[in-house]
Ligand binder design. Structure first.
Ligand code: SF4
Length: 334
């Protein structure tokens, strides 16, 4: 039995390879991190960085080749169906697209009640009361229960998806790009809702996104992934305030800054990520890195932890400064 200070989720040395026409695609390559109880960890990276595959592995939708995923000390990969069902009750998911994640043939009441019924939670009356409380908790009117998903906007649908995910009072929510399909003003409402829920319920979040500014708004810590590996990890303010890895700096430069009419720049991020099948030698980021040197093409940098707990995988950490750091600070996004 673990004490209350042990991590809720521990991912240790996770490796996952897909066979693509006889060649190996390294989707996850030695990924290790923890999420504490009540903590929000943001996972950021471009498409193909492995962040969504990581979420699938945690939910046991794909089996890793190597490594462990411990949820409250129990190994998810080693669980039978009964133990997995119990874990799913405590570990819920919110998906990116609120238009496809809700069954269009079911009314909102039935959508939210479904996980409660599947886990044989409470009597019919208790379920009805819980559904009504969840609808109110995500800021929707009580009449919403009778309506169908098509009658709601994208932001309202994401509120419904969150209500459904919260129905079984999970300890942790994994949210994969939870607001990227929504307008900017609605994004802020959903982020605020997630924060309020966390303050009330003490739930832990693993939030996956490609937008570093958005991840920063909600996260205690941020993990940056590139081609299946973690390249930087630290407190959210430190990652945005003093990014050490050139890839993190480039992601920040590519982020739309929080000012009306302002745009980010992709000028620092050269080209698309290479295929994970043909991973570059040495540092996998070297073909795109503005400060790459000869050593970077041959020597692979290891993820190294400093005394402050900051981790970075780069031979020259901190040498590339962030061109948008000051803009973020002036805009109060700190
Ligand atoms: Fe750039 Fe070299 Fe650092 Fe890789 S190791 S991020 S190529 S400076």
């Amino acid at each position: 039995m673990l004490d209350g200070t042990s991590p809720l989720l521990r991912v240790d040395g996770l490796r996952l390879t897909f066979d693509v026409q006889g060649r190996s695609l390294y989707a996850l390559d030695g990924v290790s991190f923890e999420v504490g109880r009540g903590e929000t960890v943001g996972l950021v990276g471009e498409s193909g960085s492995g962040k969504s595959t990581l979420a699938k592995a945690i939910l046991n939708a794909v089996r890793p080749d190597d490594g462990q995923i411990l949820f409250d000390g129990a190994d998810i990969a080693a669980m039978g169906p009964k133990a997995l069902k119990a874990i799913r009750r405590r570990l819920q998911m919110v998906f990116q697209d609120p238009y496809s994640s809700l069954d269009p043939r079911m009314c909102i009441r039935d959508i939210i009640a479904e996980p409660l019924q599947a886990h044989r939670w409470g009597t019919r009356r208790e379920i009805a009361e819980r559904v009504a409380a969840l609808i109110a908790a995500v800021g929707l009117p009580s009449e919403a229960a009778e309506r169908m998903p098509q009658q709601f906007s994208g932001g309202q649908r994401q509120r419904i998806a969150i209500a459904r995910a919260l129905a079984l009072e999970p300890d942790m929510l994994i949210a994969d790009e939870p607001v990227s399909a929504l307008d900017v003003s609605i994004q802020a409402q959903i982020i605020n809702l997630l924060r309020e829920i966390q303050a009330r319920l003490g739930i832990a979040y693993l939030v996956i996104a490609h937008d570093l500014a958005l991840i920063h708004q909600i996260s205690d810590r941020i993990i940056v992934m590139y081609l299946g590996r973690i390249v930087e990890e630290g407190r959210a303010d430190d990652i945005v305030g003093t990014p050490l890895h050139p890839y993190t700096v480039s992601l920040l430069a590519a982020t739309p800054v929080p000012r009306v009419g302002a745009k980010g720049t992709t000028a620092m991020l050269r080209g698309d990520p290479p295929s994970a099948i043909d991973r570059p030698t040495g540092c996998a980021f070297h073909p795109r890195c503005p400060i790459a040197r000869d050593r970077c093409e041959t020597d692979e940098p290891m993820l190294t932890e400093s005394r402050s707990g900051r981790k970075v995988a780069c031979h020259y950490p901190g040498e590339l400064s962030s061109p948008v750091k000051n803009i973020f600070q002036r805009s109060g996004v700190e």
